[in-house]
Design a protein. Structure first.
Length: 344
């Protein structure tokens, strides 16, 4: 919790200090009519200061005269709806989040993860008639340490190393129902990898056959693979060209999942097992974007959740008749954190 509070304080300080330090880079909104009036007044002042007693000739202004363009930050183009449009968006950020994995009837483990993420987005112009107007490629990597506790408190294991990465390809359609609102519905394909590595650690547990006796056992490594289809919606709100808000809601359907358990450290005959899994995921986020002349900065808070059903059964390799089958019980994962980054 101290790490999470620290990143929140640092993030708040950055997003208070950046606008003050870079205030000169913010582009004021000046209407084209104001620019034209300023040009006319400057010409009249020059003619009056020349000392000519004759009445100044009126400056010719045609009905079709085009005013000087107003600079827009970060090479953005004002879309017909009023929302700034950019064809390409490249973002890079750092994540810090708290995560918990639990098997409700057996144990739970929790810890902190930190890492990086990147995404590249391409958008068609707002007036495009294409069926698909948004394409996005995302990647994320993180690592951290977890502490494991059995629900009855008899087994504990600290310092488990976790590594995870995720790759997603998305495509969707932009809609502009209001002048300051853009809705994007999307789908695609995602792959999630998670390695839970307690190698070198030893768990202790009571021996039910001998009172007051504790046994020890080496912990084994597991690797989870999730292939899923996301169904989501982005809600983008921008009232002016200095900041915007972006929220996201998503449902993930797992089309194929499997977990690899390297049980060879327990007994030689166990070797490695592979259990198939099914499940669903949910995620939501809220992002604040700040726009400057050459880049954008953002802060985002997010929540991710996975609910995985009980896996298939595999026969016990030592005694398939008397020993219970090998399976992965029903489990779920929760992640809550903060993301800070830049976008060009």
């Amino acid at each position: 919790m101290r790490h999470l509070l620290l990143i929140i304080i640092v993030g708040a300080a950055c997003f208070i200090g950046i606008p003050i330090c870079c205030a000169g880079d913010l582009i004021p909104e000046v209407s084209p009519s104001q620019v034209h009036l300023q040009m006319v007044n400057q010409e009249l002042d020059k003619m009056e200061s020349s000392g000519n007693d004759q009445a100044p000739a009126a400056l010719p202004v045609s009905d079709n005269q085009v005013s000087a363009p107003v600079p827009v930050p970060n090479n953005q183009i004002a879309a017909p709806s009023g929302i700034s449009y950019r064809r390409y968006e490249l973002g890079f950020g750092q994540d810090l989040y708290w995560a918990r994995y639990q098997q409700p009837k057996n144990f739970h483990q929790n810890g902190y993860m930190s890492g990086y993420d990147a995404r590249l987005t391409y958008r068609n112009p707002p007036n495009s008639k294409s069926l698909i107007s948004m394409y996005r490629l995302e990647g994320q990597w993180a690592q951290g340490k977890f502490d494991n506790r059995s629900n009855d408190g008899t087994i504990s294991l600290d310092g488990i190393k976790d590594n995870t990465y995720e790759i997603r390809g998305l495509a969707g359609k932009d809609f502009y129902p209001l002048s300051s609102l853009r809705l994007t519905g999307y789908s695609g394909f995602g792959y999630r990898y998670l390695k839970d590595d307690p190698r070198g650690l030893t768990s202790s547990f009571p021996d039910p056959t001998i009172p007051d006796q504790t046994d020890t056992s080496p912990a084994y490594e597991t690797v989870s693979h999730y292939c899923y289809i996301p169904f989501g919606a982005d809600i983008f709100y921008q009232k002016n060209r200095q900041y915007s808000l972006d929220s996201n809601f998503e449902f993930d359907y797992m089309v194929r999942g499997w977990e690899v358990s390297k049980l060879g450290v327990l007994l030689a005959n166990y070797n490695t097992t592979v259990n198939t899994q099914t499940g669903i995921g949910l995620r939501a986020s809220l992002r604040l974007n700040l726009y400057f002349r050459y880049f954008n900065a953002y802060a985002e808070t997010f929540f991710r959740y996975w609910s995985i059903g009980r896996s298939n059964n595999l026969p016990d390799p030592i005694d398939p008749v008397n020993n219970p089958p090998l399976n992965i019980p029903k489990n779920n994962t929760e992640e809550f954190g903060l993301k800070l980054g830049l976008e060009a």
